[in-house]
Design a protein around this ligand. Structure first.
Ligand SMILES: Cc1cc2nc3c(=O)[nH]c(=O)nc-3n(C[C@H](O)[C@H](O)[C@H](O)COP(=O)(O)O)c2cc1C
Length: 155
C-alpha cells in the first residue's frame, strides 16, 4: 500500500517518530510547516481559541497515495493548529487516514472528535493509532515506540 507519513512538529519529538515510522514502512515523509512559528504561549492561545495557523506550500494532492499516516502533537487537548489547517486544505477524498498523537500524557478524545468532524462529509476512512507520550522520553525510546507502531501497521 503506498503510504505517506505526514507530520507537524514544533519541538522535534513528532518529527523523530514520523521519520522512524516512514523509514520502517519505506514511506515518503511530508512535513507540515507553519508560516510563522509561535512561542509556547502563542501556540497555547491559538489552540484554545481555535485561531488558524497558516501552513507553507506543500504537496497536498496525494496522487496515487492510498494511506496517509498523520502524526500530530496535541495542543490544549486538540490537534496542533497547523495540522488542523492541513486537514482543511489537503485532498484526502478516497484515502485512508491513520492518525497518531504525540502528547504529554493528556486526553486525546476531543482531538479525535475534532478530526472526525473536520472530515465529515468527505469520503475518508479514519483510524486512530493512539498516543505516544513524549514527556521526559529520550530520542531512542521515541524511535523504539515508532518501530513498534510500524510493525503493527505492517501486520
Ligand atoms: C502549546 C502546547 C500545548 C500542549 N497541550 C497539551 C495537552 O493539552 N495535552 C498533552 O498531553 N500535551 C500537550 N502538549 C505537549 C505536546 O503535545 C507534546 O510535547 C508533543 O510531543 C510535542 O510535539 P513536538 O515535539 O513534535 O512539537 C502541549 C504542547 C504545547 C507546545
Amino acid at each position: 500500500m503506498k503510504t505517506v507519513v505526514v507530520h507537524y512538529s514544533r519541538y522535534g519529538t513528532t518529527r523523530t517518530i514520523a521519520q522512524t515510522l516512514a523509514a520502517e514502512l519505506g514511506a515518503e515523509v511530508r512535513e507540515i510547516k507553519a508560516v510563522r512559528e509561535r512561542g509556547f504561549l502563542g501556540m497555547g492561545l491559538r489552540a484554545v481559541w481555535g485561531i488558524p495557523m497558516g501552513i507553507r506550500p506543500m504537496d497536498l494532492a496525494f496522487a496515487g497515495v492510498e494511506r496517509i499516516v498523520l502524526c500530530t502533537p496535541i495542543w490544549a487537548g486538540k490537534p496542533a493548529n497547523p495540522v488542523r489547517t492541513f486537514l482543511k486544505e489537503a485532498q484526502l477524498e478516497g484515502k485512508r487516514l491513520a492518525v497518531l498523537f504525540t502528547a504529554g500524557g493528556g486526553e486525546t478524545g476531543r482531538a479525535r472528535e475534532m478530526i472526525r468532524n473536520s472530515l465529515a462529509g468527505k469520503r475518508v476512512e479514519v483510524t486512530f493509532l493512539g498516543e505516544i507520550v513524549t514527556r521526559k522520553v529520550g530520542e531512542d525510546q521515541l524511535r523504539a515506540e515508532a518501530r513498534k507502531l510500524a510493525r503493527a501497521l505492517q501486520g
